[in-house]
Design a protein around this ligand. Structure first.
Ligand code: 5GP
Ligand code: ZN
Length: 114
Protein backbone atom coordinates (compact mmCIF):
# COMPACT_ATOMS: atom_id res chain seq x y z
CA UNK A 1 0.00 0.00 0.00
CA UNK A 2 1.23 3.50 -0.85
CA UNK A 3 1.52 6.17 1.84
CA UNK A 4 -0.61 8.37 -0.42
CA UNK A 5 -4.38 8.08 0.08
CA UNK A 6 -5.25 9.01 -3.50
CA UNK A 7 -2.61 6.65 -4.97
CA UNK A 8 -4.37 3.91 -3.02
CA UNK A 9 -7.71 4.95 -4.52
CA UNK A 10 -6.14 4.88 -8.02
CA UNK A 11 -4.77 1.39 -7.25
CA UNK A 12 -8.24 0.30 -6.03
CA UNK A 13 -6.75 -0.59 -2.62
CA UNK A 14 -9.00 1.95 -0.91
CA UNK A 15 -12.51 1.72 -2.40
CA UNK A 16 -14.14 4.72 -4.03
CA UNK A 17 -16.75 4.35 -6.78
CA UNK A 18 -15.34 6.03 -9.87
CA UNK A 19 -17.34 8.77 -11.57
CA UNK A 20 -14.95 8.85 -14.54
CA UNK A 21 -11.65 7.30 -15.58
CA UNK A 22 -9.32 7.29 -18.56
CA UNK A 23 -5.67 6.46 -19.17
CA UNK A 24 -4.38 9.50 -17.24
CA UNK A 25 -7.21 10.58 -14.95
CA UNK A 26 -9.54 9.19 -12.28
CA UNK A 27 -12.55 10.95 -10.68
CA UNK A 28 -14.52 10.03 -7.57
CA UNK A 29 -16.90 11.78 -5.19
CA UNK A 30 -15.46 13.62 -2.19
CA UNK A 31 -16.03 11.79 1.11
CA UNK A 32 -17.08 15.08 2.77
CA UNK A 33 -19.08 16.91 0.09
CA UNK A 34 -19.32 20.69 0.32
CA UNK A 35 -22.03 20.94 -2.35
CA UNK A 36 -24.63 18.60 -3.92
CA UNK A 37 -21.96 17.74 -6.50
CA UNK A 38 -18.41 17.53 -5.13
CA UNK A 39 -16.15 15.30 -7.19
CA UNK A 40 -12.37 15.06 -7.15
CA UNK A 41 -10.47 14.72 -10.44
CA UNK A 42 -6.92 13.43 -10.04
CA UNK A 43 -4.01 12.21 -12.16
CA UNK A 44 -3.26 8.49 -11.92
CA UNK A 45 0.39 9.49 -11.52
CA UNK A 46 1.43 10.81 -8.12
CA UNK A 47 1.92 14.58 -8.42
CA UNK A 48 2.13 16.37 -5.07
CA UNK A 49 0.40 19.61 -6.06
CA UNK A 50 0.03 22.28 -8.72
CA UNK A 51 3.32 23.67 -7.43
CA UNK A 52 5.09 20.46 -8.45
CA UNK A 53 3.99 20.61 -12.10
CA UNK A 54 6.70 21.00 -14.75
CA UNK A 55 6.62 22.53 -18.23
CA UNK A 56 6.28 18.98 -19.57
CA UNK A 57 3.01 18.47 -17.64
CA UNK A 58 0.94 20.66 -19.94
CA UNK A 59 -0.90 17.72 -21.48
CA UNK A 60 -1.70 16.25 -18.07
CA UNK A 61 -3.10 19.54 -16.79
CA UNK A 62 -5.14 19.96 -19.94
CA UNK A 63 -6.52 16.44 -19.63
CA UNK A 64 -7.44 17.06 -15.97
CA UNK A 65 -9.41 20.17 -16.93
CA UNK A 66 -11.14 18.42 -19.84
CA UNK A 67 -12.00 15.52 -17.51
CA UNK A 68 -13.42 18.00 -14.98
CA UNK A 69 -15.79 19.30 -17.62
CA UNK A 70 -16.76 15.72 -18.48
CA UNK A 71 -17.53 15.10 -14.81
CA UNK A 72 -19.69 18.25 -14.73
CA UNK A 73 -21.58 16.94 -17.78
CA UNK A 74 -22.01 13.49 -16.20
CA UNK A 75 -23.31 15.14 -13.02
CA UNK A 76 -25.74 17.35 -14.97
CA UNK A 77 -24.41 20.67 -13.66
CA UNK A 78 -23.03 22.24 -16.84
CA UNK A 79 -26.19 24.25 -17.47
CA UNK A 80 -26.53 25.57 -13.91
CA UNK A 81 -22.81 26.20 -13.60
CA UNK A 82 -20.01 24.86 -11.49
CA UNK A 83 -16.63 25.69 -10.02
CA UNK A 84 -13.24 23.98 -10.26
CA UNK A 85 -10.84 24.51 -7.36
CA UNK A 86 -7.23 23.43 -6.90
CA UNK A 87 -6.10 24.05 -3.33
CA UNK A 88 -2.31 24.32 -3.31
CA UNK A 89 -0.01 24.24 -0.31
CA UNK A 90 -0.59 25.50 3.21
CA UNK A 91 -2.19 28.87 2.46
CA UNK A 92 -4.20 27.26 -0.34
CA UNK A 93 -5.80 24.88 2.14
CA UNK A 94 -4.45 21.67 0.62
CA UNK A 95 -4.86 18.67 2.94
CA UNK A 96 -4.17 15.72 0.60
CA UNK A 97 -0.84 15.98 -1.18
CA UNK A 98 -1.76 14.30 -4.44
CA UNK A 99 -2.90 16.87 -7.01
CA UNK A 100 -6.69 17.05 -7.29
CA UNK A 101 -9.31 19.29 -8.85
CA UNK A 102 -12.49 19.83 -6.86
CA UNK A 103 -15.56 19.99 -9.14
CA UNK A 104 -18.32 21.70 -7.16
CA UNK A 105 -21.88 22.48 -8.16
CA UNK A 106 -25.58 21.91 -7.61
CA UNK A 107 -26.01 25.07 -5.54
CA UNK A 108 -25.02 28.72 -5.74
CA UNK A 109 -21.41 29.03 -4.61
CA UNK A 110 -20.38 32.16 -2.74
CA UNK A 111 -17.46 34.38 -3.76
CA UNK A 112 -14.89 35.23 -2.51
CA UNK A 113 -13.88 31.97 -0.85
CA UNK A 114 -12.96 32.05 2.83
P1 5GP B 1 -7.88 19.43 -0.19
O1 5GP B 1 -8.23 19.93 1.19
O2 5GP B 1 -6.51 18.78 -0.20
O3 5GP B 1 -8.02 20.45 -1.28
O4 5GP B 1 -8.94 18.32 -0.56
C1 5GP B 1 -8.86 17.00 -0.11
C2 5GP B 1 -10.25 16.42 -0.21
O5 5GP B 1 -10.14 15.02 -0.09
C3 5GP B 1 -11.19 16.91 0.90
O6 5GP B 1 -12.30 17.58 0.32
C4 5GP B 1 -11.59 15.61 1.61
O7 5GP B 1 -12.94 15.61 2.01
C5 5GP B 1 -11.29 14.55 0.57
N1 5GP B 1 -10.97 13.25 1.12
C6 5GP B 1 -10.13 13.00 2.16
N2 5GP B 1 -10.06 11.67 2.39
C7 5GP B 1 -10.86 11.08 1.46
C8 5GP B 1 -11.18 9.71 1.20
O8 5GP B 1 -10.71 8.76 1.84
N3 5GP B 1 -12.04 9.47 0.15
C9 5GP B 1 -12.57 10.48 -0.58
N4 5GP B 1 -13.42 10.16 -1.57
N5 5GP B 1 -12.29 11.79 -0.36
C10 5GP B 1 -11.42 12.08 0.66
ZN1 ZN C 1 -0.47 9.89 -4.67
Amino acid sequence: MSECLFCNIVARIIPAPLVYEDDLVVAFDDINPQAPTHTLVIPRRHVVSMAALQDSDGELLSRLMVASNKVAKLKGIVGSGYRVVINTGTHGGQSVFHLHIHVLGGRHLAWPPG
